[in-house]
Every structure is written in structure tokens, then in C-alpha cells.
Write a protein that binds this ligand. Structure first.
Ligand SMILES: Cc1ncc(COP(=O)(O)O)c(C=O)c1O
Length: 388
């Protein structure tokens, strides 16, 4: 048996890094496998972090995040969604991933059940597995109207041992966005049944109709059992900074302070000062990225949208597509061969939870010429395999 828990002994590397680590630093590869683009964090944000270091911001900060950053987040969220969020609800423990990890630890222990809306990014699944909880999935369906899932379908998948529901909207990998009325119905169910809803909104500004996705914050009171997770990674191109935030029930202010203390002792301080400037001055940049991702989506629409070999839906948000290929039963050998033969890197479907084996994920947050080249190679390879 040894000293380690079974969940740790049996944990597996996710299917994205399993493939990507084999050729990660190879400049020949067009890397459409990870969830980030090739735009560097803008200079005004980088300069703020450099300045913070020069100004001596090298000490511990408040474990829920600097008060200035929490106030800036409150202003940002209040303005964006027309709310008045209680300041005790906002914490900055570190990355969004850390926020999901802490939230999962707050609700789940061995024998509990977590219900996950799939397809889902594999790191999320690992977070829940490590708690010792059992996992169930309720999967979006690819229909002629795009990826669909109602609140009622999620609620119908809840069992008596379900303690937590995880929803990611806009969704990595499908781009599905949950409508506000559906969010309201789900929050109401969680409120009435003491289920913790963990809502991952890291793609809240990566949408193709309007400027933001509906947020669970808009349908949640100060004490509802809902933790909304967000991040600077995607909207401000700050993936390597490892900084995000959570909005949690007000009564848990002490718990977030204490847990943040034991997980990370608060987020990196100079990254926090960079994040403050991102919020203060970054809206133009957020919109530039939105325009670039819209152009990226258009390229993918053109390449795969009408192609008879791809079962494809144009995403509403996030910066991925998650098609399946006619005649393909397992996308793992497909993406391995694609990489070996054409130097294009994609993520295999199996790693996004059950039922996704015939799909693959492609990230289109890349400069357009490189994305176009990657798409051309993908289409040519697929036609060679399955007939044009
Ligand atoms: C759904 C989802 N949640 C969370 C994250 C991670 O966010 P962070 O970089 O802040 O940890 C990602 C990154 O790809 C993601 O796709």
C-alpha cells in the first residue's frame, strides 16, 4: 500500500501535456494544443510588475490578496455586471486553478460525489479526483443548434451524494455558454439543496457576440453556495503570471484567508501589482484580443465549417474548437500521427472526460498566418486519411 493515498498513486498525466511534452520546445511544431496564444502580456502590465519589484514589493501580502487589488476587482466586476459585490466575497489566492482546488477541498471528502459538466478541461477532473470524491458527468450535446445543455439536465444528473457541481462557461473545449435564465435555475437548485456550485468563468471576456458572457455573479446573493472562479490568464494574456481571483459566499471570508495561507500564503506580490494595472488600463487590450480571436474563429470556420469530414460547431466563446471527424473512433492515434507527419499539435478528445474520444481540441488563439498553416495541414492530413 505505502503511505500515499490511492488517488495519488493512480493519478495520470493529462492527455494534453502527455502529447505536448514530447515536442514542446521544437520550433517546427505549430502548437495548437495548449490553452494560450502567442501574444505576450502588454508592456504596460509588464512594466508595472517590474516597477513593483524595484519599489521593494518583495514581502508577503495579505493572504486574500492586496486590498488595492481586491478593491480594483470589486470595481471591475461591479461595473462589468452592474452589481455591488460585498468586498468580503473577493479573494486572490493565486491562479484560477488554485481557486478551484481550494473550493473543491472546502466541500468534498472521500465518498462524496462531484458532478462535472463535460466536456471538461482535464486539470479540473484531477482537482476533484484528488479530494477522494467520486465523479459523475453530465455532457453537453452537439446538436444542429451547437453544443447544448439545460439546467434541468444538470439537476436531473444530481444524486443524493452529490456535494458539488462544476460548470465552466464559456466552456473549454466546446465554447458553450450557459444562458442567464439557466444559471438562475441552477443556483436556485443549489441554494435549496445545499450543493456547492463551482463556476469557472476564466473565459468571461472571450466571447463572439457582445463583450462578456453571462456570469453566475448576476444571479447569486452574498450567501448562496456558489464560488465563481476567474483569472487574469486569458482576458489579459497573463497565463504565466499565475494569478486569478474567486468570489465566494460572504460568510467564508475567514476560511479563504486561512486556506489561502496554507496553500500559497497569498498570490505573488509583484504579479498582483501587474494585475492592478491590467484592471485599470487593460480594457482596450482585452478588446484587441477579442478582435484577434474573432478573426481566428473565422479562419477555423472557413477551414472546417463546411468540410464534410468534420462534425464542427463554431464556438460562442473561449478560443477552442472541439470537432469530431467522420469515421474516426479514437482521436489519440489521429493527433499523434498528425504531429509526427505534419508538425501540428492538437489535444486528444479522451482527456476531456467520457464520451469525447472521437473529438479533438484545437486552440485558435494564435497569430493568423500560423493558424492558417496549421489548419491547412490538418485538413490535408485528414483528407489523406479519410478521403476528401
Ligand atoms: C476552464 C479553465 N479553468 C482554469 C484555467 C486555468 O486558469 P489559471 O491560468 O488562472 O490557473 C484554464 C486554463 O486553460 C481553463 O481552461
Amino acid at each position: 500500500m505505502g503511505p500515499f493515498r490511492e488517488e495519488i498513486e493512480s493519478i495520470e498525466q493529462n492527455g494534453i501535456t502527455s502529447i505536448a511534452f514530447t515536442r514542446m520546445i521544437d520550433p517546427e511544431v505549430i502548437p495548437l494544443w495548449f490553452g494560450e496564444g502567442d501574444v505576450v502580456t502588454p508592456a504596460f502590465i509588464r512594466e508595472a510588475a517590474k516597477q513593483a519589484l524595484d519599489d521593494g514589493h518583495t514581502f508577503y501580502s495579505h493572504t486574500r490578496g492586496r486590498i488595492e487589488l481586491r478593491q480594483a476587482l470589486k470595481r471591475y466586476l461591479d461595473d462589468l455586471y452592474d452589481l455591488d459585490i460585498h468586498p468580503d466575497r473577493i479573494s486572490v489566492p493565486g491562479s484560477a486553478m488554485l481557486g478551484v482546488t481550494i473550493a473543491a477541498q472546502m466541500a468534498l471528502t472521500t465518498g462524496d460525489r462531484a458532478l462535472i459538466v463535460g466536456p471538461v478541461w482535464p486539470n479540473i477532473e484531477a482537482v476533484f479526483r484528488v479530494t477522494g470524491a467520486r465523479l459523475s458527468y453530465v455532457r453537453q450535446r452537439l446538436t444542429t443548434m451547437g453544443w447544448q445543455l439545460s439546467a434541468r439536465e444538470i439537476i436531473d444528473a444530481v444524486t443524493s451524494d452529490t456535494r458539488t457541481i462544476f460548470v465552466n462557461s464559456p466552456c473549454n473545449p466546446t465554447g458553450w455558454i450557459m444562458k442567464s435564465a439557466e444559471q438562475r435555475e441552477l443556483v436556485s437548485f443549489c441554494r435549496d439543496n445545499d450543493v456547492l456550485l463551482i463556476a469557472d468563468e476564466v473565459y468571461h471576456r472571450t466571447v463572439f457576440d457582445g463583450d462578456k458572457a453571462p456570469s453566475f455573479l448576476e444571479v447569486t446573493t452574498d450567501e448562496d453556495p456558489v464560488v465563481v472562479i476567474n483569472s487574469f490568464s486569458k482576458a489579459w494574456a497573463m497565463t504565466g503570471w499565475r494569478i486569478g481571483w474567486v468570489v465566494a459566499p460572504k460568510r467564508h471570508v475567514t476560511a479563504w484567508t486561512a486556506l489561502s495561507e496554507c496553500f500559497n500564503t497569498g498570490a505573488t506580490v509583484f504579479a498582483q501589482l501587474g494585475a492592478e494595472v491590467a484592471l485599470a488600463q487593460g480594457d482596450g487590450f482585452v478588446r484587441e484580443l477579442q478582435a484577434q480571436y474573432l478573426a481566428g474563429r473565422r479562419l477555423v470556420d472557413q477551414a472546417l465549417g463546411q468540410h464534410p469530414l468534420f462534425n464542427y460547431d463554431s464556438p460562442e466563446g473561449a478560443f477552442y474548437v472541439f470537432p469530431s471527424v467522420a469515421g474516426l473512433t479514437d482521436s489519440l492515434p489521429f493527433v499523434k500521427d498528425l504531429l509526427a507527419e505534419t508538425d501540428v499539435g492538437l489535444a486528444p478528445g479522451y482527456t476531456f472526460g467520457p464520451g469525447n474520444e472521437t473529438h479533438f481540441r484545437l486552440c485558435f488563439a494564435h497569430s493568423l498566418p500560423r493558424l492558417k498553416e496549421g489548419l491547412d495541414r490538418l485538413v490535408a492530413f485528414t483528407e489523406r486519411r479519410f478521403g476528401g
